[in-house]
Design a protein around this ligand. Structure first.
Ligand code: PHB
Length: 393
C-alpha cells in the first residue's frame, strides 16, 4: 500500500516535471548527487583535462565523497576541445545522466557553448577554467573558480614599467582570453608610462610561432608580453630560444599560463628569469599548499599540480560546501549556497563574489628560478584580493 502510494506520488511528480521540459535531476537517485564534468581529455588541450580530473578526484579523496548523506558521483565526458562536442556531451549529462551539477570547460569557447544548457536546465555549473572575463555573463548558473585574464594580467603590466621595461610588443592567442589579456596589458602598462610597439595575435590552434617571433625580433622591444593557453608554453619557449630572442636581449614577460607548473620543468634554462603574474604556483609557500602539493604528487605518480588542478580541487570544494549548507538540496538552492563562499585554497585565501559569481583572489608576481634542481615560479610580490577588473560592475 505504502509502495503504491509512493509510486503514484512519484509518477505525478515525474509528469509535472516532464511538462516543464526540465530534466528531473533532483529525483534521479535520492542518495546520490551526480556531478557531470565536461573535460578536454583528448586533443591539443588534453593535458588540461588530465590536470582537472586529477584535481577534482583529489578533493574527493582528501575530503570524502559523501556530504549531508549524499554520495557525490563524478561523471566525466570528453569534449575533445571542440565546442560542438562540449555542447553535445553537456546535453547528454543533463538529459540522460541526470546530473545535478555541471563543471569543467577547459576553454572559453567550450564554456560558451554549454552556457545555454546550464541556463535552460537550471543546472549550477562550476567553470574550472574558461578565463575570458565575460564568460561568467553567459549563464546565471555559472560560478567560476579559475581566474580571469584581466585579473592576472594587471600585475605584470604594473611591474614591467617599474623594472626598466619601457616598450613592449604583445603576443597573444587570437581568441577571448588573449584579447582580454592584450587589452588589460595595454591599458595598465600605458597608464604607467609604457609604450606598446605593436600587438600580434597568433592562431589559437597549432600555432607556428616562428614568423611572429621574427617580427618581434625585428621590432627590438624591451620585452614581449605573452598570453597562450596552458599546454602551449613549452613549444613557444623552444622557438623563442631558437630564434635567439633571449640572446638579442628581448625580455619575456607573461601571464602564468605560459610557465605553468605542468610543463615548466621541460622548458630548460631559457625559462630562467621569466617574470609572470598569476594566482597559483606549486611553490606557493603556505602550509595548505605544501600539504596539497605533497599529497597530489603522491596520488598522481609524482606529477606536479598546476593552476588547473587547483581550480578543479576548489570547484569540488565549492560544490561540497554548498551541498553541506543545503543539506543535499540541489537546483537554485545549491547555486545560492555556492555564492559568497570564502576558504583557504592552495593558492591563498579566496572568495566567490556573491554578486558577480566570480572568484576574488591574490595575484602574485613571480620569477622562474631553479629550486632544488627543478624550475619553479617563485613568488616575490603580491596584489591582495584582486577582483576581475575586466568588466565594469
Ligand atoms: C580559456 O580558453 O579561457 C583559457 C584556456 C587556458 C588558459 C587560460 C584561458 O590557460
Amino acid at each position: 500500500m505504502m509502495f503504491r502510494r509512493l509510486a503514484l506520488k512519484t509518477a505525478c511528480l515525474s509528469g509535472a516535471l516532464a511538462l516543464t521540459g526540465l530534466p528531473m535531476a533532483s529525483w534521479a537517485q535520492a542518495g546520490t548527487v551526480k556531478v557531470g564534468l565536461v573535460l578536454s581529455m583528448t586533443g591539443p588541450f588534453a593535458s588540461t583535462g588530465k590536470q582537472l580530473e586529477a584535481g577534482a578526484r583529489h578533493f574527493l579523496r582528501e575530503h570524502g565523497d559523501t556530504v549531508a548523506g549524499k554520495k557525490i558521483e563524478l561523471v566525466i565526458k570528453d569534449d575533445g576541445g571542440l565546442p560542438d562536442q562540449a555542447k553535445r556531451v553537456a546535453q547528454e549529462l543533463v538529459v540522460n545522466e541526470k546530473v545535478q551539477v555541471l563543471g569543467g570547460f577547459s576553454l572559453t569557447p567550450l564554456a560558451l557553448s554549454v552556457a545555454p544548457i546550464a541556463t535552460q536546465s537550471k543546472t549550477p555549473s562550476v567553470v574550472f577554467v574558461a578565463a575570458t572575463s565575460s564568460v561568467i555573463d553567459a549563464s546565471p548558473y555559472f560560478i567560476r573558480t579559475s581566474f580571469t585574464l584581466p585579473q592576472v594580467t594587471v600585475g605584470v603590466a604594473e611591474w614591467a614599467p617599474k623594472n626598466g621595461i619601457k616598450n613592449v610588443v604583445t603576443l597573444v592567442s587570437d581568441y577571448g582570453p588573449g584579447l582580454d589579456a592584450e587589452s588589460a596589458f595595454k591599458e595598465r602598462f600605458t597608464l604607467n608610462g609604457g609604450t606598446i610597439k605593436s600587438s600580434i595575435r597568433v592562431p589559437m590552434r597549432n600555432p607556428d610561432f616562428a614568423p611572429f617571433l621574427q617580427r618581434v625580433r625585428d621590432e627590438k622591444p624591451d620585452a614581449v608580453f605573452v598570453f597562450l593557453p596552458a599546454g602551449v608554453g613549452s613549444m613557444f619557449m623552444k622557438q623563442f630560444a631558437e630564434r635567439g630572442l633571449d640572446k638579442a636581449g628581448i625580455r619575456l614577460i607573461a601571464t602564468g599560463d605560459v610557465t605553468e607548473d605542468d610543463i615548466l620543468n621541460e622548458m630548460g634554462d631559457v625559462a630562467l628569469g621569466v617574470v609572470t603574474s598569476h594566482h597559483y604556483s606549486a611553490l606557493h609557500p603556505s602550509p595548505t599548499n605544501k600539504k596539497f602539493v605533497e599529497s597530489f604528487k603522491k596520488a598522481n605518480g609524482g606529477k606536479r599540480p598546476n593552476y588547473m588542478a587547483v581550480a578543479a580541487y576548489d570547484g569540488m570544494r565549492v560544490i561540497h560546501n554548498a551541498l553541506k549548507a543545503t543539506q543535499g538540496q540541489t537546483g537554485d538552492a545549491l547555486l545560492n549556497a555556492m555564492k559568497g563562499q570564502t576558504f583557504e585554497s592552495p593558492r591563498g585565501p579566496v572568495l566567490i563574489n556573491g554578486q558577480s559569481r566570480d572568484i576574488v583572489q591574490d595575484v602574485y608576481i613571480r620569477r622562474v628560478e631553479r629550486v632544488n634542481g627543478e624550475l619553479y615560479n617563485v613568488e616575490f610580490d603580491v596584489l591582495k584580493a584582486v577582483q576581475d577588473p575586466g568588466r565594469r560592475r
